[in-house]
Design a protein around this ligand. Structure first.
Ligand SMILES: Nc1ncnc2c1ncn2[C@@H]1O[C@H](COP(=O)(O)OP(=O)(O)OP(=O)(O)O)[C@@H](O)[C@H]1O
Length: 207
């Protein structure tokens, strides 16, 4: 679904990625590991099309990519339901605050799917870190993303919550595939089909 071929990325004369080749196939959950500053976020942003590689090729065999940044990227003052509706891509609703009934029904359905059916009217600011990650997954679902690129989706979460969020992310494989940046190798091995480690700008397949 997503393939990096000899991708390099440099900024201000500093090479962050060198000749990275890796692929995420349909039905796969792929973990990306590596020390702080190794280039994991940069790699994800290139996959999402936010950054352009300095050289190399990105092949995308998907039309919709869901990108969940480290900051999660929710609108804190808006409700859980509004945050999901905004991701549905209906431009009128964003300006008028009025959404077609079918979209509201769909938003409620994806929020139930991620276990937040009883928090629809809650401002996102009131949610815990794990619950915010769930909203982010619900946004990807209503958007119709085929692949999720998630940047450290479980950092700062306790183990139980981290496992719950990972199970939810992994379930997204049914829609396509998942690429997630993780720090915990044990969790990565437990839940992910494939793992790469970034080191010195290069990607090494570790399982
Ligand atoms: N626009 C930029 N200008 C200068 N340096 C940058 C820029 N973007 C990234 N870098 C540097 O590139 C390196 C890789 O950054 P990146 O955010 O991809 O790392 P990371 O592996 O995601 O780190 P972390 O685990 O700490 O989030 C870092 O040293 C960072 O400071």
């Amino acid at each position: 679904m997503l393939r990096y071929i000899n991708v390099s990325y440099a900024v201000n004369g500093k090479t962050i990625l060198r000749d990275v080749t890796l692929e995420i196939n349909r039905g796969e959950a792929v973990a990306l590991l590596g020390k702080s500053g190794a280039g994991k976020t940069t790699l994800l942003k290139i996959g999402a099309g936010i950054l352009k590689p300095t050289s190399g090729i990105i092949e995308r065999h998907v039309s919709r990519i869901g990108y969940i940044p480290q900051s999660i990227g929710l609108i804190e003052g808006a409700t859980v339901l509004e945050n999901v509706l905004i991701a549905s891509g209906n431009p009128l609703g964003i300006f008028t605050g009025r959404w077609p009934r079918h979209l509201i029904e769909k938003a409620v359905q994806v929020l139930r799917q991620v276990g937040l059916g009883d928090r629809l009217r809650e401002p996102v600011a009131n949610l815990s870190g794990g619950e915010k990650q769930r909203v982010a997954v619900a946004r990807a679902l209503i958007y119709g993303a085929e692949i999720i690129l998630a940047d450290e989706p479980v950092s700062n979460l306790d183990l139980q919550t981290a496992e719950d969020v990972l199970k939810l992310l992994i379930a997204f494989k049914e829609n396509g595939a998942v690429l997630a940046v993780l720090h915990d190798v044990d969790l990565a091995i437990k839940y992910f089909d494939k793992g790469y480690r970034l080191e010195g700008g290069k990607a090494y397949r570790i399982w």
